[in-house]
Design a protein. Structure first.
Length: 128
């Protein structure tokens, strides 16, 4: 089975989590900006791990899980990216900042796809 770009993108995303966490902790003094970056990092970490989990789902036979990873990565860019941008001083009404709600929806779509993948796996493994 071909896994594709998911592991590479997950590794890059993990790197971004650490880099942004360090930036927020050491280079940002404003408490509100710091909280925006912390929230972005939390969602970034969680959905990076979810993307990695989607590789396991695929290896167990739920090919649909490949789409979950792409929803998670797109959500990271939109949601966490917009929080990172705001935390670094971008105006609250800039177009990138308005992407946060879209990112949240993308995260939800990723979880829905992973639920479907999990249900497929459960049906394959349950005794008839």
């Amino acid at each position: 089975m071909r896994i594709g770009l998911t592991p590479l993108l997950a590794a890059l995303s993990g790197f971004l989590c650490v880099a942004m966490g360090a930036f927020g902790a050491h280079a940002v003094s404003d408490p509100y900006a710091k909280s925006l970056i912390e929230t972005g990092v939390q969602y970034n970490v969680l959905h990076t791990m979810a993307a990695i989990a989607s590789v396991s789902f695929r290896s167990w036979g739920a090919g649909i899980a490949r789409y979950a990873a792409w929803f998670f990565f797109a959500g990271i860019v939109a949601f966490s990216g917009s929080l990172y941008a705001m935390g670094m001083g971008m105006a609250p009404h800039a177009p990138i900042v308005m992407a946060a709600p879209v990112g949240g929806v993308l995260f939800l779509l990723g979880w829905i796809v992973l639920i479907i993948a999990g249900a497929q796996l459960a049906m394959k493994r349950s005794p008839s």
